[in-house]
Every structure is written in structure tokens, then in C-alpha cells.
Design a protein around this ligand. Sequence first.
Ligand code: NAP
Length: 309
Amino acid sequence: MYPKADDNKIYDLIILGAGPAGLTAAIYGGRANLSTLVLEQMVSGGEIATTDQLENYPGFPQGISGAEFGQLLEQQAVRFGAEIISAAIDEVDPEGDIKKVSTSRGDFYGRTMVVASGTSPRLLGVPGEEKYRGRGISFCATCDGFFFRDKKVAVVGGGDSAVKEALYLTRFAREVILIHRRDELRAVSALQKQILGHPQVTFLWDTVVEEFKGDQNLTTLVIKNVKDSTTSELPVDGVFLYVGRIPNTGFLKGVEKDPQGYIITSEEMETTISGLFAAGDVRRKFLRQVITAAADGAIAAMMAVRYLG
Ligand code: NAP
């Protein structure tokens, strides 16, 4: 069903990642008549495809489902001639005039490249986390919330994601316990207003998870109050981890990144390697939102056009 790598073909533009940044780059690249390939290992839309509702993208006053938004972006990119191939990226050789990306579906070559590979969930790194991943530990309320109808779930984190997804989980779960390591949320005030005082949500402030326990499935969180160092056990049916993200840049060597691994770019999305651009959440930036990802993608594609001359 999916095309395989064509050994002879050199694309004008290869885009790594089909989130809002990558697909916007594909729309702009396609419209500028560049032969454009998008490589994506998950689904179109990237992280936003796992979000129930996108509420703050201009032009959608009632919001739009993240999955639908991702599909619309894909349709638009394909309409302007972009090819989208489902492949996992193993390694990128970005130096020189022809850049190479090695993937699970073979090697692809491009004259320019836009890295729009986004971020992945950060793990807590405590015992039991690997064992109970998918057995009670989830990173996606939109995907798994349904399985916790009338159950008791915990959400770990205090940022926009934790609060937004905890609110989403109140549609299904009987009780949502938000566990945060401080006594103040990081989330924007609009989200804070919705969750503070919510009848189904209780808060465990100044608390961290030290271990995940259970039998076949997760049953218990071992939690510690960081103020008085007391430890206790909290029975839960499931837990959703939203403790931040890490950039998907492990496959990319030789380009300047910050200490967390985010790619450093100019305002025009140029990296330290000529003809290699980065866009969206994967780059070091102030505001990681769909709108800024899309803007990055547009700029990166137009810089590729300029680079190709
Ligand atoms: P985030 O803003 O980095 O928040 C991560 C949360 O996890 C913080 O509350 C942090 O605590 C906590 N945390 C980090 N490491 C931890 C650890 N080891 N143990 C316990 N807690 C830990 O991440 P995010 O919420 O995923 O958001 C990522 C970006 O996407 C942000 O820029 C956000 O604005 C954006 N976003 C926006 C929306 C929206 O609707 N507009 C929705 C989702 C995400 P501290 O607060 O103490 O640091």
C-alpha cells in the first residue's frame, strides 16, 4: 500500500514528521512546486492527533478534534503534491548537498530537509514504570480514557497537558486525582480556573510518585510528600503521566542542540547545517503551540525554496 524508497529519486524537500509543523512545510513546499516527501512513523497530526479538542487555533471558534485537524492537514498537503510515507527514522546524514535519511522503509535522499519530529512524553524513571506501561500507565487520555469509565485514575504533572487531560478524564472516571510535585500549577490560568474546585478532581500537592505496583495490571502508586518526606500507598485503576516532553532528535548528529536536545535555529528555522531546517516543537523556542508549529513549517519551507535558488 505504501510506496517504498525509490533509489533513483532525489526529492527537493524531505520533511521528518507529519505534525502541524511538518505538514504545513509540506503544503508550502508543494505549492512552491518542490518535490516533497513527508516521513511519519505514527499518524498525521503528530501530538495534536492525540488531543481531544484543539481549542485555541484561530478560525475554529467551537474548537476542532485533534484527530480531524491532523487529517485535514494531511489532505491539504497531499492536494498540493506532497507524498507521505509511513516509516520510522533510524538515522539522518544531513551534511552535504544531498541529505540522506535511513528509515524502516529504506533510504531517502533530499536536497533540503526539515526536521519536524516533535517531542515524546518524558518518563518519571521510577520502578514499575516500564512493567505497567500499557497495563495501567498511559500517556494519552484521549486514547485510553474510555477504558476507565467509573474508575479512579491519577494524573501526574501540573502543566497544560496534565490539567487539560485530567479535565478530559472527568468525562469517564469517577474520580481524578491530580498529583503535582509543587503546591501550584504551571498550567495557564484558563485551565486552572476549570480544574480548581472541579467536583470530580482532588489534588495531591507537593507529592511525587516513587513506584508503580500491581499484579498483572497497575493497582497502586507509592507516593511521597516532598515537604514532610512521608510515604504512602494510593490505590488507583490507572495513571496518566504528563510530566513534560523530550525532543525527538536522537537520530540527528552534528547539528547544534541545547542541553535538553532541542535543535537551535535562527528565526528563519536554519540549523547549523546548510540546507537543514527545523520546525515546531523539536526546536528551541518560547511557545510550543499548533499555531507556532505551523508558522515554523511555513518559514522552513520557504527557506528551502530560497536555498534551492
Ligand atoms: P510542561 O509544561 O513542561 O509541564 C510538565 C509538568 O510536569 C510540570 O508541572 C512539571 O512540574 C512536572 N514535572 C516535570 N518533571 C517531573 C518529574 N520528574 N516528576 C514530577 N513532575 C514533573 O509540559 P506539558 O504540560 O506537557 O506542556 C508542554 C508544552 O505544550 C507547554 O509549552 C504547554 O504550554 C504546551 N501545551 C499547551 C496546551 C494548550 O492547551 N494550550 C496543551 C498541552 C500542552 P513543575 O511545574 O514543578 O516544573
